[in-house]
Design a protein around this ligand. Sequence first.
Ligand code: PEP
Ligand code: MG
Length: 755
Amino acid sequence: MRGALGGPRVLLRRLREVMAEPVSAQERLDKIVVLIAANMVAEVCSVYVLRVDGTLELYATEGLNRQAVHLTVMRSDEGLVGLVATEASPINLSDAQAHPAFSYRPETGEEIYRSFLGVPILRAGNTLGVLVVQNRARRTYSEEEVEALQTTAMVLAEMIASGELTSLAQPGAEPAVRRPVHVSGAALTDAIALGHVVLHEPRVVITNFIADDVQKELRRLGVAIETLRAELDLMLESGEVAEGGEHRDVLEAYRMFAHDRGWVHKLEEAVLTGLTAEAAVERVQSDTRARMLRQTDPYLRERLHDFDDLAHRLQRQLLGYDHAPARDKLPEHAIIVARSMGPAALLDYDRNRLRGLIIEEGGPNSHVAIVARALGIAAVGEVPNATGLVDPGDGIIVDGVTGDVHVRPTPDMEAAYVERVRLRARRQLQYLSLRDRPSVTKDGQPITLMINAGLPVDLPHIAETGAAGIGLFRTELQFMVAAQFPRTSEQLALYRNVLDAAGGKPVVFRTLDIGGDKVLPYMRNYEEENPALGWRAIRLGLDRPGLLRSQVRAMLRAASGRELRIMFPMVAMVSEFDEAKGLVERELTHLRRHGHRLPERVEVGTMLEVPSLLFQLDELLERTDFLSVGSNDLLQFMFAADRGNARVANRFDPLSVPVLRVFRLIVERANAHGKSVTLCGELASKPIGALALIAVGFRAFSVLPSAVGPVKAMLLDLDAGKVERLVASLMALPLGSASVRDKLTAFAEAEGLTL
Ligand code: PEP
Ligand code: MG
């Protein structure tokens, strides 16, 4: 490096000595700035630390007025230092005072310095402070000098992150690395948890930043990169798919990056500044993260994950790290923070200690969200950079109801949440006390409340809630959480367990509802323009009868000597129902012929989720034993509004006259045919939804296990006749504002119902 005394390697070596000295934090910082200034032949070297309040405080300086240390505090949008912090990238100027962002602080005496080089102090892509050198003369700092200063900043980042500087701070103005952070994402479950961070993929901990022998580090890096490339080749050749549903194209992308000359070159450059190979990977990755986190292009941001992964793999190569998190040694109240996660990985954690999940990827319909709901843990998804915001052991609050996440919460925030959790627990106790009360309205109308389920973890909910049975067993969940196609024997075992757990209460097994958004990672996926309207559910089942047949056979055998209810999803035409029912009958004949003991009775029904069935109701009801309305899909198709798209989610109100007309029609026709009808979509899981449905004649629901309590509490106090009359009168009015939500809310309030 031109103009430097001894170059960056000497600087790093000296820094290591200073880091090891038994001196106070302030003395150490003071020594560091002197060292850097001398090494870079700069007249000034200063360290600014980002504080919890978002301002930047001068923590140490060589060259500026020392009296200004801990007194000079700037907003993070102020001056060149602020610019370095917000942009998270170096600023290198030969005439700083000519820069529009230059701001002059008289107490520091910096007016005489013209050239300025500031680099962010970064950790995991987050800015913790700014490191600056200045010279009186105009000069442009060389690329190598910028590199060297960034490397030095890395050592400072570790010092800040270790908490060593906290003792120097005023209360409320601590270094920002420990500051409370509030972020929001997608609310995935109806639960709230307070706990401590456990990283799903623990960060590699680097203890040795500074190289003893640079050539040796270059060799280590070279070998690790070669091994990494070979490993990726092997994975691609063997077609291995890693946990979490990594697909082939992701591995292809990794391989491309691993061969990227630019990336390898940057790593080598970082080693040449005097870092160990693993610290060099960290440095380059932190820069990449900082740059990419500021990208608005979702495609590029997505690539960040690939780069992150690759860097992690390389670090593990270098340190021989066993990557698997200690799932059986989970601390109490563990909140898992993950970038992405498959459902099986979540099930691997010790359930007694697991309280919550925060995930960067994964919306409400993701498989991991489904499992989180079944486990009853608090979960928030779609939180950008979640893994970069936390450190293992940090206190954290996950609000799965609102989608809020509070990292390192303030005592006030924590107290508020403790209170919320306590209130919810009290409410749960009240619901529990209703468990054994008959589910009958105040005016004597019995309402059947069943639960939706799909995984073994759901089964205890039948007894816990006192539900009348399982109104919808989503068999696809077993397929979605598995790493490969469940064998017929595994299906049989699950269905048998389910029937055992139900202990004679009815269970409605729905045949596979895959396709659309429910993809199986191990099954060939056909690109479809409109997957929700595509080759899915019963369509796939009828076109590939082998799959449907083996599932039906497993159900029939599981229910030998007992009652069985089978239901088909996404039926659009009566003829599809006929075909599917024919398949069940053929299977029954087959089992009978082979001497198997048959179920005592088999009922065959269908979901009503496709609007075309509304115009075949009589024909359908003549054939089917029961109907179950899937309001999630029925509403999405009625309004042509994607059920998973937040932009259109609130556009149409399900509690509106056109929807209620449809529901009333369904109930009327089912009653006329003497067939039972249930509603198993999410609408019934909200007390106000259930209220509206009771008003148009529904008397059976299948709801989320957590909804049994609230819905039951509502209906026990309800005069069903009264709400029927109210809604009938609203529906008789000319169609103006079609929503009846306000009127129902007012009714509930007047009647003392809790919604
Ligand atoms: C529905 O569509 O309402 C339903 C219950 O099925 P799923 O949510 O599994 O599509
Ligand atoms: Mg559906």
